[in-house]
Design a protein around this ligand. Structure first.
Ligand code: SF4
Ligand code: SF4
Ligand code: SF4
Length: 294
């Protein structure tokens, strides 16, 4: 993780499901409307991330779905967008480096000019985030790039900027992780201050609200080597639809496997080279002998 890495903290207990972040993401990234099907084509309401929708709010529901952030007859909202992994599988899988991780900000970006449309990144992502645009004549991948074009202009992630409750918060990952740990350590039912917008610069007024019964862990702190987008929830992560993943990144596993295979191939290649040299030397001796007999 770069020291100056930036990211998001999504706190499901603060999300009211307004989807202002979904609309803002579309607006600042100039993304066209998306439809579930031709039948309900009136609505820009995709069920999951697509090449044209890089941020969606999903809902967990059980029973009567009457109690927010509870499992029993409960419901809760969750943000689904790129997590900007510390060791991203999409970057590791891309054969032409169209997916890149920035060494300063840690943002995982996509370059459509380099992309050959192989979709390895789509298959490699453990969170099912990048999607291929089959409707485009040339075909390209779409995924959240943490509003890097806005960061270059001194702004920050639009989804965090418009979020009315601070459920989506932008900032340096070190600040976001400290804020997440602070919330998890609070006594449920007490009151605390919730920042909004950019946590690191404190550009928006904060507000006071009750503390939920948080899950004890921060999703993204350890999963697949860590991510720059962290999540908090009162409902268990697995029920919310977050994949249960190992701590070691898949990228480091596959690269270790490749290196082992390649280093294991050195000996057979050397042996093959030696055998070829001996065979050529013997055949030359044989040719010389035949030439002498004639
Ligand atoms: S803008 Fe904030 S509160 Fe509204 S849906 Fe997005 S994360 Fe939730
Ligand atoms: S969440 Fe998926 S698309 Fe985003 S950086 Fe990680 S592997 Fe890549
Ligand atoms: S950081 Fe930008 S691109 Fe990513 S989900 Fe938020 S608004 Fe969309």
């Amino acid at each position: 993780m770069p020291a100056e890495a930036v990211g998001l903290l999504f706190d499901a207990t603060l999300c009211v499901g307004c989807k202002a972040c979904v609309a803002a993401c579309k607006r600042v990234n100039d993304l066209p409307p998306d439809y579930n099907s031709a039948v309900d084509g009136l609505w820009d309401m995709p069920l999951d991330t697509t090449a044209r929708t890089w941020n969606v709010i999903k809902v967990f529901k059980q029973g009567a779905a009457a109690n927010k952030d509870q499992v029993e007859d409960g419901y809760a909202f969750r943000k689904s967008s790129c997590l900007h992994c510390v060791d991203p599988s999409c970057v590791s899988a891309c054969p032409v480096s169209a997916m890149k991780k920035d060494p300063q900000t840690g943002i995982v970006s996509y370059n459509p000019d380099t992309c050959i449309g192989c979709r390895y990144c789509v298959a490699a992502c453990p969170f099912g985030i990048p999607k291929f645009d089959y409707d485009s004549p040339t075909g390209k991948i779409g995924k959240c790039e943490l509003c890097r074009h806005r960061i270059a202009e001194g702004q920050y992630a639009a989804c965090a900027e418009v979020c009315p409750t601070g459920a989506t918060l932008y900032g340096k990952v070190s600040d976001l992780a400290a804020e997440a740990r602070r919330r998890v350590a609070l006594e449920p039912g007490t009151t605390t201050v919730y920042p909004r917008g950019n946590l690191t610069t404190g550009d928006q007024p904060s507000w006071e609200g009750p503390v939920a019964h948080y899950q004890p862990s921060i999703y993204g702190e350890r999963e697949v080597g860590g991510t720059q987008v962290l999540h908090l929830s009162a409902v268990p992560y697995a029920l919310m639809g977050y994949p249960t993943l190992p701590e070691r990144s898949f990228a480091s596993r596959s690269e270790t496997l490749q290196h082992t295979l390649y280093s294991g191939l050195v000996l057979p290649i050397a042996l093959f080279g030696a055998m070829t040299w001996v065979a050529r030397r013997n055949s030359r001796g044989h040719d010389d002998q035949q030439g002498g007999e004639q």
